[in-house]
Ligand binder design. Sequence first.
Ligand code: SAM
Length: 244
Amino acid sequence: MKNFIININSFLKGVILFLRPGVFLNFLSNPLLFASNVLKLTKWISVHNDKNILNDFYRPVRNYADRYKLFNYIIKQEKLETEVINYLEFGVSKADSFKWWLKANSNTDSRFYGFDTFEGLPEKWGTYKKGDMSALVPDLNETRHDFFKGLFQDTLYEFIKTHDLNEGKRKIIHLDADLFSSTIFVLSSLAPYLNNNDILLFDEFNVPNHEFYAFKIFTDTFYIKYELLGAVNNFYQVAFKIVK
Ligand SMILES: C[S@@+](CC[C@H](N)C(=O)[O-])C[C@H]1O[C@@H](n2cnc3c(N)ncnc32)[C@H](O)[C@@H]1O
């Protein structure tokens, strides 16, 4: 019976490969992926809709500025005002969130690293075009930070080689690159360096084919265990703590 099923399966697969439906039905691949990811996202939310933490689900209207409520909450809950941290932000643009974190943590041994092309998005994202969100490399009057200009795909490995990410400082990793490709690249590259209590922040988590998809693939692939710390704007901005 098992062999029969394997043979039927292989025959049908061969027929589909021979017919090459992707040549004429390729336009369906994104909507179908979207539908699949919406199902996964809504299931994920139903499992993680914890009301004992900061969580405003469900609210009818989004207020982007509420992400600072989440940051403040995390800072207080995790006592991060004075802890020595390594803050890594992927997607800096004009540095609004980067500057917020620099100000919020006062430890002189903390370090803040920002990564961006500063030439805008490398691919289109929803209604945003390639190149949107470009900005000058921010000029900040602070000595604890460093910016790495270029694609993450070109800068991150060199950064990892030259910085000790296992030195005992807690890492706050802020994923604000919007795109699936950028987010999955960063998460996968940093996977070996994630330690217990490190924090992941997502800025557009509930976008089904982008940050959520990257998070889902990443956590499933690397068997990542995490605790949800808080979420605002119907899980648009989300914070997790790594559990090891
Ligand atoms: C939404 S903006 C960041 C906003 C910023 N964190 C803030 O709160 O003000 C997204 C940024 O991600 C950057 N980005 C996306 N993918 C990237 C990649 N693969 N390499 C480098 N930068 C990338 C874009 O250049 C863009 O500036």
